[in-house]
Design a protein. Structure first.
Lengths: 92, 461, 378, 378, 461, 92
């Protein structure tokens, strides 16, 4: 592992802590769902696991791909639907 | 990793960052979600394009997963959103757990550091996965929403966690000292199972009403699991996106806690909080202070608010800011009233003078008799420097000098904020049990300063 | 119980029962019998009163059958004629000054409930007629002063120049004083206030007025009931001297200082009044208990040589008689409701309120200070 | 210029010059000669007036030497005796109604400057006496009503029950109406207001009161000068009918409706007043130009059979005579300052203000509408 | 790089992040500065401890530099702080430039990417170094504070920058195509000299009053130079700390601009802004709008504020928030007054009624005659829905119907905010030239909303 | 150069942009000065340049160390002095 990755990790954590400050309550669920979709980034890991060979790894990886894709696709679509409920303009 | 791939990942990360930021504001939320979706697409394509992979199973997985996700997202009712999110989060956690496992299985010699990462991925991913499923069950009422509680719960959970960490340590030491002996060891399986069990056990004791907070927390967990997976496969975009979600999810969880007037610790330690509440012993003598900032989160989510002004509002000359806060609450969609007790203040009509000065519309002024009958339906009662007129001793303690006087029964509201400078009694010199009630939050300080703080929090949102 | 009301003297427009009180008493199971024409001072016809639930009967009959007789001011001994022994006479009885009334009550075997003696507890406030009337009097005093003075109270920046806000000085900050402050503030005046009790400083400031501090040498306290303690002569002298300065620069002075059971303290002498600008107005709310102001006469308007108008406001709150009657009758109704929870009078030994207000019972005066006063003047 | 003032009639307490105006005029180089005893209505002694810079002279002498004579109300023709030809008589001349005065001015070769004719421009506002007096009248009307009505204006939640806020209805929202609204709001009343000019709705709301909309069939405008246009009979009828409802639920009604150069419109008839509660108060600020209210008499208080008090407020602002004099004298001073920039009168053909206010010059009436009116009544 | 060294650098970075954040709040600023100092110490020690270095010269440099820095910091007067910071920043920029140069000299074969980084380091470092020196000169009045302006300045600067970029490109291509031909090329020297010249030329045309903004911007530059140097020597802590300073410095610069009512573009493009101002042509017809948020920055720094209410305040019912804003300004140390024009509003005393309702103390109310004589000393005049009463036509245009009326001469205040909803005229129907004056900023919108926004910005600070 | 460094760079830039939002005007100068001290991190580069050998590089490096140290030491001390001027507690 590249030790620089730790650097990346620390910076991303700090950035995550700063990024969100005050969120109107109607946005709680959409924000949760939207960020949940981002956590589906594990799909990248799943793809690699499913494609790099080895029977068990491929099996596990494929299941992981399915699960992660559900998370990603479902997450973005669900968020989109929720946000569609708000009128544009001042939704707060 | 090729440079172009790194660039693609950087681009994806930037889109995630901007997307997350924009999701937090109503005006930009939609655009934010789409930006982050584009980021995801870029990350996936960059991964696929790097080559060296057998695409068969990948494509199969993508198609199946995509279909399920799309159909589920389309089918779900608007009211079923929280449980849907729980399920989606569960699959994310599961995926991370599997990625960790696959890597463990695949690589013959796992270095110690990677082993640590793998164990974290498995442990946290597992908890997120099974916990989310339980949360889903509670939210969709497939599992009873009531907290499941039993003696020794804390001890059991703690021991299981300790056991899991122990087993994980074994795996890591295995990897470090004797090298990964090709294949899954018993210890590894144990960690896996314990993680799943812990997820269930951690969520089961929490009441249905707290589930949204739990889901948000589990979402943060699965972000961290993804970051850990990133360390496992040495992939930077996983680390960045996962950490972002992990950290911002924690903040969101905290925000949601405040909006529901719960402490994060209470939720973090699962059953413990519930157990105390269930115990139901009157928490007499324990005062729960709150900051104006935190009060904002509760007010922001309130649908009905009753102000109860008293002499302290006059002393603080807080009437103008009270009127302003009331205005903001009305704009935020809340039903707002000011309940004036006949003896509030130091002269008859004291509160009327002040509120008229602040141009509070007469329509918002009500008498105790108008609010008391429906007090249970009031989300927040804000007591501003009143004391005797809200003292439950008047109806609970026949020896009290206030006994028999009709009061404004804010102790029966869902939440009650009491704004005053200290624990001192009011004009009648009688201690006030209201301050110790479960649903009461004391906001100490000059009432004007306190309300000004709440107003600022509102405007700032 | 059968409840009636004794007619008020001609210069008193307040009534002891008005329709809302009649309704409430009827609902509590009492019967209200009123002498015909009772509502005239407030333009309430007999029809209106009966519609509310009262039985309108000839005056003599009303007295004869009454178990409780309500009054607004201490009844002349003569007007007690016709009440049965044991009947309760309830209302303002002015125990320290209307001694003939008190004596007559005792002699005729009537029972007197004196609302001035109401404990000033939070619980008893709904029955506290002194408070309710003082409150309205404070308002009325300012409105009267505003009407009488030949300038406007608020500041006005106009094309023809700026009118400075009038200065109002409120002396004595009890319930009436507070309401006077609030009303004067509302009208835009610059308000100063003073009271011997230091606790009221905060209350004064809570209404946006300035509390004037005088150096009286020592601190002055209040009795347990919240009434002011009497000042020594020397203290009064110091106070007078320092006050004259504030008074001189005021356009309106409102005095409300009372000391329970005694003549009102004399706060402003002719010299102080002489320092005021011509056209200024002084309202003396304590005029009927001797007056805080030299030269004030209860119920009269006196203009000094220097052109200062001294208004002796009396009777209290009569100028807002309709609301005053509403409040007063509600106080009495609350008292009846409290004292006779189910037709039976609570025993004085068990109930603080009854113990306090029951002034005359079984032909005797129960209140020691009043008894002393009677003996002293007998 | 030598400036004097004609004494006001006995029922008028306002003065056309008070010390600040004297000082200002002197500073501008004018000489102020006042008849002895001029300041009496406001307790201003001759000493005070001379201290400010006036020369106190016997009345006859004051007239004889005067180049400008200031008045508060249109002088009786007799009181013009003794003024030299060409002298300017400046002040309220009530051009459409005090025709004898106008005629007398013309006949005696005096010159009349009528402040009612002041243009209502932003620039001229400092000289606009109608505004300054109307403003105070609006305040005084509310204070008077508050004093006369037998209830309090603000809402009070008290232990003896809640007193609902009084309802005040202001009819006609010019300068006086606005100040009436503001004052009633200050005192805590619930205020409704109405005017035929729709532009004032925003102004009413800007003071926190409610603007009542009546359906008059068509829109009603205003003249260029900001005065209201007269309504047709049918419109007046509709308005009356709908208004009666609002009036009936009001405790206080204040009417200020004027139409420039005409009798005030009759807004409330006996029936509307009859719908009001006994004890209610109506203040008619237009009483002296005919009255908005049936039965109102200028300067008098009438109580109807139904117990409603109708107060014809007159003369305007006299009840706050001190401030009213301050404002009025400042208006006149500003006018003198503007019209005689350096001892010489600006020419009417060049100056808008002089052109507007110079009513009588060279023995002729310069204002056409007034001339018409005079011919009609001649 | 050894793992422990990376950890040390990570720790240092965390301390920098926390330190910077804490420096932005009064309560934590001191602690923040110390945390970041500790971070610096850790970074230096970790670098030294990595070994493989010849310490002689390093120690010499540290001792000399440390001594100079410490003495200078101790000696400088409190009033001389800004110029001191300029000098310090200059040495930082110089250091980065030298690091870049040294690396270029030392390494025989510079890869293209590194060459780009080196050129950026040299260019940006050089500008920061020489620019800071000029800023120091202007601040300490060693150089005349007036903007030096001449025709063709823009063109000259642009051409020099283009030339520098060209030369830098030559160096990079050199490195990429034919390899670094051992030693400093003419092109490299040219870049170096041009960088220094650009720094001087960019700062010289800017007026002394704007120097603090310039220093802040140069500070941001030197942060970026440090980050670039980090890329040059492949050092992560340099990249992190440098980028942090670069980005946050830009934000700070922006904040400072707003506080001084200047636009960043104006300063970024150096002389251009100054040239326009110097031109002095009455910018009639150009309206400069402002947001309440930006208005905050100006108010926050104001020492004297005059409110001028008019009919629009009544319409907006903004009196309560005006009183609140006045309160906040007083607490912030400003001298606050409300100037009431006799004809403001729609009835005599209209403004008095409103301000009394909002409990504005009578002491704060003044007449036009009280403020007009000293209007030049007023930092900000806030016109709230007034129009005719502040119309300079009354004194400037004899044909105007307002001619001759005394007005409140807010056009002579240092800055004037006009709060109204549109460009519509007021009661008198006369257009208002005030809106187009140089020192006027229009804040469009309902006055209550606008002031509420300013109040929020204040409370949020 | 490690491409991950670019990642670090991007994250740090975003973090820098989020870190500071509203600063009371008295803190403008101290904040500027404090962050200026941090930009003295180039001292690390200077040390390496001065210590890795080569005559010209050593000379340049040593000058760089002197300059950077001035920046660092001077910056922190000056900031400390400025902040010392504020009363503790609510300085805003
Ligand atoms: N209405 C009347 O006519 C009248 C007349 C006389 C007496 N009373 C009596 O007054 C009482 C009225 O009840 P109430 O509930 O209005 O008042 P209260 O019981 O006297 O309580 C007022 C509370 O306000 C708090 N306070 C004071 N200044 C404050 C500030 N600046 N900021 C925040 N809080 C402040 C005080 O607590 P801290 O010190 O902890 O801040 C105090 O406990 C009754 O007992 C009534 O009988 C009423
Ligand atoms: N004082 C008196 O007795 C009296 C009586 C009658 C007439 N007047 C005349 O009225 C004028 C008074 O001058 P002034 O400066 O006070 O008022 P003004 O000249 O009438 O200007 C008021 C301004 O307020 C703005 N405004 C209205 N509503 C607003 C809102 N909700 N938020 C923000 N701005 C708002 C309007 O511009 P937008 O539409 O662009 O927002 C308007 O330009 C003078 O001409 C005077 O002669 C005075
Ligand atoms: N517990 C309750 O709910 C309740 C109800 C009503 C009144 N109170 C309290 O009782 C107190 C008295 O109220 P009140 O209105 O009946 O008082 P009051 O009418 O007896 O006296 C009026 C005021 O005059 C003042 N005074 C007396 N001598 C004075 C002097 N020489 N100089 C200046 N001022 C002098 C008194 O201090 C008092 O404040 C108040 O504090 C009031 O708050 C309490
Ligand atoms: N330019 C200035 O600075 C300035 C100065 C003073 C007044 N004004 C304006 O002039 C106008 C008139 O002011 P005023 O006080 O002299 O008016 P006024 O005394 O002539 O009339 C009072 C009000 O009565 C209203 N009215 C007339 N007939 C009515 C009816 N039938 N029903 C209801 N209301 C009726 C009028 O519309 C007017 O508002 C106002 O708009 C005022 O703002 C402007």
């Amino acid at each position: 592992m590249n030790p620089l990755l730790l650097f990346v990790f620390v910076l991303a954590i700090f950035l995550g802590l700063e990024l969100i400050t005050k969120v109107p309550s109607q946005l709680h669920t959409p924000l949760m769902s939207g960020s949940n979709a981002i956590s589906g980034i594990t799909i990248v890991g799943a793809i690699i696991a499913a494609g790099e060979g080895g029977v068990i790894a491929t099996v596990l990886g494929t299941i992981a791909v399915v699960a992660a894709t559900i998370n990603v696709i479902g997450g973005y679509l669900v968020t989109e639907r929720m946000l569609g409920m708000f009128k544009t303009g001042k939704g707060a | 990793m090729a440079a172009w791939q790194t660039f693609a990942y950087i681009l994806a990360s930037i889109l995630f960052i901007m997307g997350l930021k924009m999701l937090g504001r109503a005006e930009t939320a939609k655009r934010g979600n789409r930006l982050s979706a584009v980021g995801m697409l870029i990350a996936v394509i960059a991964t696929l394009a790097a080559g060296g992979l057998d695409y068969t199973w990948i494509v199969l997985g993508l198609v199946i997963g995509g279909a399920i996700g799309a159909v589920a997202a389309r089918r779900v009712q608007m009211t079923g959103m929280p449980e849907m999110v729980a399920l989606l989060n569960g699959s994310g956690g599961l995926a991370s757990m599997l990625v960790g496992t696959a890597e463990y299985v695949r690589v013959p010699e796992v270095p110690a550091f990677s082993a640590v990462a793998i164990m974290l991925t498995v442990l946290i991913g597992g908890i997120a996965a099974s916990g989310s499923v339980v949360a889903f069950g509670k939210l969709s009422e497939r599992i009873d929403g009531k907290p499941y509680l039993f003696r020794g719960q804390k001890v059991l959970n703690a021991s299981l966690l300790a056991l899991a960490l122990l087993a994980a340590a074994v795996v890591v030491i295995d990897a470090a000292v004797i090298g990964n002996v090709g294949g899954v060891t018993a210890a590894f399986v144990l960690v896996l199972l314990l993680a799943l069990a812990l997820g269930v056990l951690a969520v089961i004791p929490i009441g249905g009403a707290d589930m949204p907070i739990v889901v948000s927390l589990l979402n943060s967990y699965s972000g961290i699991a993804a970051a850990a997976a990133g360390f496992v496969i040495d992939n930077n975009v996983l680390v960045v996106a996962g950490s972002l979600v992990g950290a911002s999810g924690l903040i969101l969880t905290n925000i949601m806690c405040k909006a529901m007037n719960r402490s994060l610790a209470n939720v973090l330690f699962g059953g413990f909080g519930a157990e105390i509440t269930a115990g139901g012993a009157a928490a007499e003598g324990v005062v729960k202070p709150l900051t104006p900032e935190d009060a904002y989160f509760i007010l922001e989510a309130a649908g009905s608010v009753v102000f109860v002004p008293g002499y302290g509002m006059a002393v603080a000359q807080a009437q103008h800011v009270v009127a302003e806060l009331a205005d903001l609450l009305v704009k935020n969609g809340a039903d707002v009233r000011h309940a004036i007790h006949p003896v509030a203040g130091r002269m008859p009509g004291h509160m009327n003078v002040l509120l008229a000065e602040a141009n509070v519309p007469y329509e918002q002024l009500v008498e105790p008799g108008d609010v008391n009958p429906n007090m249970e339906t009031i989300d927040v009662a804000i007591v501003i420097g009143a004391n005797d007129v809200v003292n439950p001793a008047a109806k609970e303690d026949p020896t009290s000098p206030l006994w028999g006087m009709p009061i404004i029964e804010v102790d029966r509201a869902r939440t009650c904020f009491v704004l005053k400078r200290s624990m001192n009694p009011g004009f009648a010199g009688v201690d006030n049990l209201l301050f110790f009630k479960d649903n009461t939050r004391m906001i100490f300080g000059d009432a004007k300063a306190t309300i000004t703080g709440m107003v600022a929090a509102f405007k700032d949102a | 119980m059968i409840v009636t009301a004794l007619p008020s003297p001609p210069d008193e427009r307040r009534l002891a029962v008005v329709p809302p009180a009649i309704e409430r008493l009827s609902k509590l199971g009492h019967e209200v019998r009123l002498p015909t024409g009772y509502g005239a001072p407030l333009h309430l016809s007999d029809e209106v009163l009966s519609a509310a639930g009262a039985t309108m009967v000839p005056p003599a009959e009303a007295r004869k059958s009454a178990e409780i007789a309500l009054v607004v001011t201490p009844p002349e001994p003569a007007s007690l004629e016709g009440l049965q022994r044991g009947t309760f006479v309830v209302g303002f009885l002015d125990p320290f000054f209307a001694l003939p009334t008190v004596r007559a009550l005792a002699e005729r075997g009537l029972r007197g409930m004196c609302v001035e003696l109401m404990p000033r507890s939070t619980y008893a406030q709904k029955m506290d007629a002194l408070s309710s009337q003082a409150n309205l009097a404070g308002y009325a005093a300012v409105v009267l002063a505003a009407q009488r003075i030949d300038k406007v109270l608020p500041m006005m920046s106009t094309p023809a120049g700026t009118i400075a806000p009038a200065r109002v000085f409120v002396l004595g900050v009890g319930v009436a004083g507070l309401q006077a402050i609030a009303t004067a503030k509302r009208l835009g005046a610059r308000v100063d206030a003073y009271d011997t009790r230091p606790v009221v400083a905060e209350q004064v400031r809570s209404l946006g007025a300035r509390f004037v501090e005088f150096d009286l040498g020592i601190e002055v306290g209040q009795t347990e009931q919240g009434y002011a303690q009497a000042l020594t002569d020397e203290q009064l002298e110091r106070q007078r001297a320092q006050m004259a300065k504030v008074v001189a620069q005021s356009d309106v002075v409102i005095t409300t200082a009372q000391v329970f059971g005694r003549a009102a303290p004399r706060l402003l002498d002719a010299a102080a009044i002489g320092g005021m600008k011509p056209g200024s107005v002084v309202v003396d709310l304590a005029a009927s208990t001797g007056g805080n102001v030299e030269g004030s006469v209860a119920g009269q308007e006196v203009v000094t040589e220097g052109g200062v108008q001294i208004l002796g406001l009396h009777p209290l709150a009569a100028s807002v008689a309709r609301d005053a009657s509403l409040m007063y009758s509600a106080n009495l109704t609350h008292l009846i409701e409290h004292a006779w929870p189910d037709g039976e009078l609570r025993s004085a030994s068990e109930d603080e309120v009854v113990d306090a207000v029951l002034l005359v019972d079984d032909g005797a005066v129960r209140h020691e200070a009043v008894r002393d006063q009677m003996e002293a003047t007998a």
